[in-house]
Design a protein around this ligand. Structure first.
Ligand code: URC
Length: 314
């Protein structure tokens, strides 16, 4: 999405590309049912408009600028207007649609939102009516809407930390004069997953209208990713490398959901190093027996790949 074309023009013999917006507008929205159950979302919204306001750059003429302060206010006004709970994707689309249809100057809008993972609290196994606790991984979305109604919709997960204590190995890699890593069929596999996936919907007119459709999709994708990473609860599934597991996870998502056309995964390999400590007098203070590890964050392996159907790209 970073490589989207900007509003570009020829100008004084130069080529200019420009866009403007407001980043990280923080908003929370609460919905209350008659029965007294509350729902909350907390969003950090970033807006970027492709807008014809070249005069502001070259002639000190701001008459075509949508003020970024107005963009910020729009986030709160639209949140207020949403009387029913909605997915973060639908809120992003609603905002982008507003900017592209309301202003003649605006030809396209990108709206990115990160949702903070507030989850209903449970007390003695009972869901609390208005109590929430912060979870870990975040739901993200990025939508690009053009005035014509053309849409590109990407959703994602940030910070999904997972670990398995066995059923992982790494063998058969290149060995040369600098290689020290032993081959193994028994190690800890730990990573912090960043995922993004592109939906097939290419026009505002064919975005699913079912309420919370994309919220459910998010949960379903997360389940498939986790199920593929861990394998069945009792026996698990062997991972020959982060690369192999990453590919299986992407393939599982693309095979399962017909409305997802491409997926990107970033899975750093967060090493848990075997601990072996020996002293001069005591050669085996700690002898590693798949039990004591040194967890690390730096350095870490960085492994990422995108997978798409032949007819699509991220
Ligand atoms: O799953 C892995 N992939 C690698 O590319 C790699 N490189 C490494 O040192 N350990 C691992 N593990």
């Amino acid at each position: 999405m970073g490589s989207l074309p900007m509003a570009d023009k020829e100008l004084d013999g130069f080529h200019i590309e420009q866009r403007h917006g407001k980043d990280r507008v923080r908003v929370a929205r609460v919905w209350r049912t008659k029965e007294g159950r509350h729902f909350i979302v907390e969003w950090s919204v970033s807006i970027s408009l492709f807008s014809d306001c070249l005069a502001s750059y070259v002639r000190d003429d701001n008459s075509d600028i949508v003020a970024t302060d107005t963009m910020k206010n729009t986030v709160y006004a639209k949140a207020k207007e949403c009387s029913e709970q909605l997915s973060v994707e639908d809120f992003a689309i609603l905002l982008a649609k507003h900017f592209t249809s309301f202003y003649s100057q605006v030809s396209g809008a990108i709206v990115k939102i990160v949702e903070k993972p507030w989850e209903r609290a449970y007390i003695d196994g009972q869901p609390h009516e208005h109590g929430f606790k912060l979870g870990s991984e975040k739901h993200t979305t990025e939508v690009f809407v053009k005035k014509s109604g053309i849409v590109k919709l990407v959703s994602g997960i940030e910070g999904l930390s997972v670990l398995k204590t066995t059923m992982s190995g790494f063998e058969g890699f290149i060995r040369d004069k600098y290689t020290a890593l032993p081959e193994t069929r028994e190690r800890i596999l730990a990573t912090e997953i960043t995922a993004s996936w592109k939906y097939t919907y290419e026009n505002l007119s064919n975005i699913p209208q079912k309420p919370l459709y994309f919220s459910q999709r998010y949960l379903d994708v997360k389940n498939i990713l986790l199920g593929t990473f861990f394998g069945p609860p009792k026996e698990g599934v062997y991972s020959a490398s982060v690369q192999a597991t990453l590919y299986q996870m992407e393939k599982a998502v693309l095979n399962k959901f017909p409305d997802i056309s491409a997926m990107q995964l970033k899975m750093p390999n967060l090493h848990f190093l075997p601990v072996n400590i020996s002293g001069k007098e005591n050669p085996a203070i700690v002898k590693f027996n798949d039990d004591v590890y040194l967890p690390t964050s730096e350095p870490h392996g960085s492994i990422e790949a995108s997978l798409s159907h032949f007819w699509s790209r991220m």
